[in-house]
Design a protein. Structure first.
Length: 245
């Protein structure tokens, strides 16, 4: 029953994130209008909003205009529940499970927004820091195995490395290497980890970025001077850390 609940929670969160990542960059209310096709603007019926199953049943197309539904939504609705389940099987029901699931969900949302518009807003950044702040509070109360300084070292280590890489890149290329949102999200997300783990995440993020970037350039999907969004790579680094270490 617990496993089923985790899967259903992951499906629901994934569906909500998908909708949110489309609406927020376009300044569309998350309440009104109800779910609609971005092409024909027809309202989507509740029975066409069932995660994964509706996509498969509709063969990845809108019921009304038959335009293709982006494959990223199916990948999101399959991937996020799988991550939740993997985390549960690895660490069981504990504070860390909730913290990691929350962090992954927020970073996936930010990755979609960053890839879509490149604009990460103040409220988006705040969502990361609120979770990290709550962890610090629980650590202060003795509800976590580490002291608050452990998590503060994570944020500090990430901040220093990001600042150094920012300055070096700026001096070499004479342009902003990343957006302000990225600069604020990375230290906030590092509050969920210790200093060594945060540094390792940034290394993993760089490796993921190089592999994906070089692959896309070699396959001629993007130009050499293409400005890649940072958040998907950072989210990949976080996933590697929490799933493999």
């Amino acid at each position: 029953m617990i496993l089923l609940f985790i899967v259903l929670t992951g499906l629901s969160v994934a569906s909500f994130i998908g909708s949110l990542s489309y609406r927020i960059p376009r300044n569309i209310s998350i309440i009104k209008p109800p779910s609609f096709c971005p092409i024909c603007k027809k309202r989507i019926k509740p029975y066409d909003l069932i995660p994964v199953f509706s996509f498969i049943f509709l063969r990845g197309r809108c019921r009304y205009c038959e335009n293709r539904i982006s494959l990223k939504y199916l990948m999101l609705e399959i991937g996020l529940p799988l991550i939740y389940v993997t985390l549960y099987l690895r660490i069981g029901i504990c504070v860390s499970l909730y913290a990691y699931c929350y962090l992954v969900s927020v970073l996936v949302y930010l990755s979609l927004v960053d890839a879509e518009s490149g604009l990460i807003r103040g409220w988006d950044v705040l969502s990361v820091w609120l979770g990290g702040g709550f962890l610090l509070f629980l650590s202060f109360l003795g509800k976590l195995p580490y002291t608050p300084s452990h998590y503060l070292y994570g944020a500090l280590g990430a901040s220093v490395l990001v600042a150094v890489s920012f300055v070096i890149t700026y001096l070499i290329k004479k342009r902003m290497p990343m957006g302000k949102g990225d600069l604020l999200v990375i230290p906030g997300a590092s509050l969920y980890f210790g200093g060594f783990e945060a540094i390792r995440i940034l290394i993993f993020s760089s490796i993921v970025g190089v592999i994906i970037g070089m692959t896309l350039i070699i396959c001629k999907k993007v130009e050499k001077n293409y400005s890649f969004p940072m958040m998907p790579f950072f989210a990949g680094g976080v996933l590697i850390e929490i799933l493999l270490f």
